[in-house]
Design a protein around this ligand. Structure first.
Ligand SMILES: CC(C)(COP(=O)(O)OP(=O)(O)OC[C@H]1O[C@@H](n2cnc3c(N)ncnc32)[C@H](O)[C@@H]1OP(=O)(O)O)[C@@H](O)C(=O)NCCC(=O)NCCS
Length: 173
């Protein structure tokens, strides 16, 4: 929705406000989530939706009025008995730095609280200082470190193992 209606002329900076909905990610959304990572990653997300159906995780999507996911991410309840672990947070690159990540994290924290838990935890890679700055701005504090490993499909179709040192951040809800 345009705050100011422009007819013949356009201004270089016109502000648009678009209503978005936060809901559970569904299997039928996955073809529209290829921006979130490689085909291997999207297959992993599909596996996580099976776990969501079993109640082991929450997997959320921020969607446009057309129902298209522009930010996705999960909360895993398995790693820690006393906290929800946020992971696989991703915002459509063209819409990063517009507040969608903040909205998604707030919704994830609400899901954790709704399960009667009072702590949110996440891991951020050491080479992602902008994401870490966002989490710290939202109240997350460092409490440890861990090595993260995952498999990723390269452009040649080869599966390669990756690893990265991460800082663990936590927030009491
Ligand atoms: C990190 C991320 C989820 C944040 O969502 P977002 O919608 O961009 O965040 P918001 O608009 O609510 O907040 C903006 C802040 O997010 C961080 N951020 C923004 N763009 C980013 C990017 N491309 N990569 C990493 N962090 C980013 C910055 O701290 C930014 O503040 P700044 O604009 O003052 O630098 C999103 O940028 C993203 O998907 N990045 C790429 C994937 C990633 O790094 N995932 C996190 C893994 S732990």
């Amino acid at each position: 929705m345009l705050d100011r209606v422009n007819t013949a002329r356009t201004t270089p900076h016109t502000r648009l406000s678009v209503p978005v909905e936060v809901r559970d990610l569904r299997p039928q959304d996955l073809p529209a989530c290829s921006w979130s990572g490689s085909p291997t990653h999207v297959r992993h997300v599909a596996d996580e939706l099976d776990r969501a159906a079993a109640g082991e995780v929450d997997y959320l999507a921020v969607c446009t009025p057309a129902g298209v996911p522009v930010a996705i991410g999960g909360v895993d309840y398995a790693p820690r008995p006393d906290a929800g672990t946020l992971w696989q947070l991703a915002v459509l690159p063209a819409l990063q730095s517009c507040g969608l990540g903040t909205l998604l994290i707030g919704a994830a924290e609400d899901r954790i609280a709704a399960r009667g838990l009072h702590r949110a935890v996440l891991a951020v890679e050491d080479d992602n200082p902008r994401a870490r700055a966002l989490y710290e701005r939202l109240g997350y504090r460092a409490f440890g470190r861990e090595l993260d490993t995952w498999d990723e499909e390269g452009p040649d179709g080869e599966i390669r193992r990756h690893e990265a040192m991460c800082t663990l951040l936590g927030k009491d809800l």
